[in-house]
Design a protein around this ligand. Sequence first.
Ligand SMILES: NC(=O)c1ccc[n+]([C@@H]2O[C@H](COP(=O)([O-])OP(=O)(O)OC[C@H]3O[C@@H](n4cnc5c(N)ncnc54)[C@H](OP(=O)(O)O)[C@@H]3O)[C@@H](O)[C@H]2O)c1
Length: 247
Amino acid sequence: MVEHTLLVTGGATGIGLAFAERFLAAGHTVAICGRREDKLAAAKAKHPALVTFRADVASAADRVRLRDEALAALPELDTLVNNAGVQRRDRFRGATPSWDEREGEIATNFDAPVHLADLFLPHLLGRPSATLVNVTSGLAFVPAPFAPVYGATKAALHSFTMALRHHLANTAVRVVEIVPPMVNTDLGGVGLHDAGVPLAEFADAVMARYEAGELEIGYQFAETARKASREESDAAFARFCKMMPVD
Ligand SMILES: NC(=O)c1ccc[n+]([C@@H]2O[C@H](COP(=O)([O-])OP(=O)(O)OC[C@H]3O[C@@H](n4cnc5c(N)ncnc54)[C@H](OP(=O)(O)O)[C@@H]3O)[C@@H](O)[C@H]2O)c1
């Protein structure tokens, strides 16, 4: 078995932790990062082999520090999983949040994976083989009226991921996109995703296809959405809009 060394952003909870646990169980070296010390400590207590870094990927300075600390601690690093994400539910009808709040969502979901790709690629390109993973969403393919900025950041990240894969086509860096449907995690706040796919079921299905070498991996709604025609995507958007009527 080839041993890999991975950094999973946002790996202390939810989908990132589920991936981190599966990579650990397969014998790989895994580092995670996040903002909340208690979540990092809890993950480390459960899995002492995890390497943890406190970093806010919405901050450009933190992203540079994360790159420096991760490569100093783990010079064998060959896989970056851009998983950290936040979701705000809102409507553009006057209840405008502060720009800092909105910008934080864009910075976490889009600026961070782009900047981290820039920061880690010189190192990854020097490895015999490497993988860069971006976690997008089924909402990259069907706009989400209940989370308009979130959906747009994920659509942007999907677009960037496809172009990046082309740029790196003749290198040893593989570019993978994971496209989750609604999964039962605390994304956006506790309880908002309770109706989602069970986390373990989703993570097991994705890991099997990742190990098999697939480059764009969806599940259930997200698998349908990523393959949808424009007409099918519009019909799914219309169904979302019915769930969120405007007066
Ligand atoms: N659950 C779903 O239904 C669903 C569907 C489609 C896509 N996704 C995507 O899957 C990814 C993981 O989400 P999840 O569902 O597992 O939710 P989650 O449990 O809330 O996980 C998000 C993780 O990202 C970390 N994070 C957020 N902002 C960060 C920042 N600025 N810097 C560093 N870490 C940050 C969080 O830790 P801290 O708060 O401690 O920083 C948390 O550990 C996200 O990209 C999300 O958009 C999820």
